[in-house]
Design a protein around this ligand. Structure first.
Ligand SMILES: [Zn+2]
Length: 142
């Protein structure tokens, strides 16, 4: 699939899913790039897509790196990122609690950050699988 076709499908899926996921009143700012310009030395930080949300303002920034998303994963990737917006309040709470605990007990920082990040990702993934199985003709096989 061409980059242009992928971008078109991403935007169409966002338009369709934001209604289903009750994000239709949100301002969703979508950035679509050929490849993610990631300067992180950690390969695990180089993601195909990302979300940063501000639920209090009903705003989310969504990023999709076209070359890193397989054609068959486009819809599932969009749904996954929108699921991050759905649970962003809980993420913010976890982040705040994590920072507070680290301030009191600095030794636990690496373990706690890993635990918090994993918990957030598992919730978003569980939700995206549920929505994918309900909404897509062919849910992702993961
Ligand atoms: Zn995620």
């Amino acid at each position: 699939m061409s980059r242009r076709a992928k971008a078109k499908q991403i935007l169409a899926t966002i338009e369709r899913m934001k209604v289903v996921l009750q994000l239709e009143r949100w301002d969703l700012h979508v950035q679509i790039v050929p490849a993610r310009a990631d300067t992180s030395p950690e390969p695990s930080q180089q993601m195909a897509a990302g979300c940063h949300a501000s639920p209090q303002y009903q705003h989310a920034e969504l990023l999709f790196a076209l070359d890193e998303i397989l054609d068959e994963d486009i819809d599932a990737t969009v749904i996954h990122e929108l699921c991050h917006a759905l649970v962003w309040d809980q993420v913010a709470l976890i982040d705040q609690l994590t920072k507070e605990l680290i301030t009191r007990t600095p030794d636990i920082k690496p373990a706690l950050e890993l635990l918090a990040e994993g918990a957030v990702e598992r919730v978003a993934t569980r939700l995206d699988r549920i929505f994918c199985s309900l909404l897509l003709d062919k849910p992702p096989q993961k």
